[in-house]
Design a protein around this ligand. Sequence first.
Ligand SMILES: Cc1ncc(COP(=O)(O)O)c(C=O)c1O
Length: 410
Amino acid sequence: MSWDNKFSKDAQSIRASEIRELLKILADPAILSFAGGIPDPAMFPMAEMKKIRESLEDQPDLDRQSMQYSQTEGYAPLRDWVASRVSTSEITFDRENVLVTNGAQQSLTLLSTVFMDPGTPIAVANPTYLGALQVFGTRRPKYVTIDTDEHGLITASLETAFKGGVKILYTIPDFQNPGGMTIPEDRRLDIIKLAHEYDVIILEDTAYRALYHDTPPPPSLLELEGKYLGGSSWQENGLVIQLGTASKTLMPALRVGWTIAPSAILDKLVLLKQANDLHTSTINQIITYELLDGNFDAHVTALRTVYKERKEAMLDALHQYLPNSVSFTIPTGGMFIWLNLPQGMDAKLLLARALDEEKIAFVPGAAFFANGGGENTLRLSFSTCSPDDIRDGMQRLSSLIQREYLEKVA
Ligand SMILES: Cc1ncc(COP(=O)(O)O)c(C=O)c1O
């Protein structure tokens, strides 16, 4: 029996994630993978986690509470921690502005249900996070793609889209997934001004924000909007909704993320989440809070050092081995470098050869383009391989690109 015509329109519109499919192939230990945008498990705070578990056992009431149902909004100390982390001298947030979600991915799901109908025009960068396209796709919106350069979203392209009636902009301003670009402060200010001029909601995804390598990224869009509006009026007039996650700095399996929004929006999100899954795992929220409230800053500093070293190994090798016809981004944080191959090359075909001939993997870039294109692009992640493996892998990748270019394009 064919189920295709029995599925709802939403279910029919779900697209398979090439990355998830690829991750299945990567179970082969012989393959050196630069594909998954995942944190290095060797850096997980396992010892801290053990201490937290032991300390819970010593507090029977909290231990039992951690296994109980809890309120949809989230564990209050965790909400307070998030609110205080994003508060500045110009704008303060409190727990009423914070909803704990089952990862940032659930924030995207709830926000798309709250704001998107079939045909709703939404602006996304070319390229953008595939998981966002997957969840937005279930709402069947109309994608308006925004061009990017090495500094992320291009303001002129954004203004054209906003003038055309876009309702929502989804953006990852810091160390973007997949491009690695960071939007500079002046462009961020332009984005806020344009959003207010054209009344566009901004979904600011800060998944990688804490993972800078040398210096912190510019102020977030949320922070800049607070300044722009004069702080207190954000609750009534704020257009920026910020998403965060513990996945990239702590551990993805905690499945803890959050949404920061004016309370009128938050109330709607809470109702939807309640209908969806009642609440995020109580024990996971308590563990997350204890990890964040403990040695978090030292832990993130260690992550920055490790990822910076790996990024430098990757950039050095790419500079050394890649032909000049291939350009790439120079990220200042996060996990990704983005490659532009010469026109006419197809990264999907290249991946098939890379797996077969060189036993290396990356993600072909086309999947990150909402309306098609990007066949000659690819994403490399430097988060999980050692500098030596990175150098070796980049040399192999570069030589494969040379061979492919000579055989197919030149
Ligand atoms: C930009 C971006 N947003 C959100 C997510 C989802 O994160 P979480 O594990 O919190 O659901 C990811 C994960 O890769 C991501 O790259």
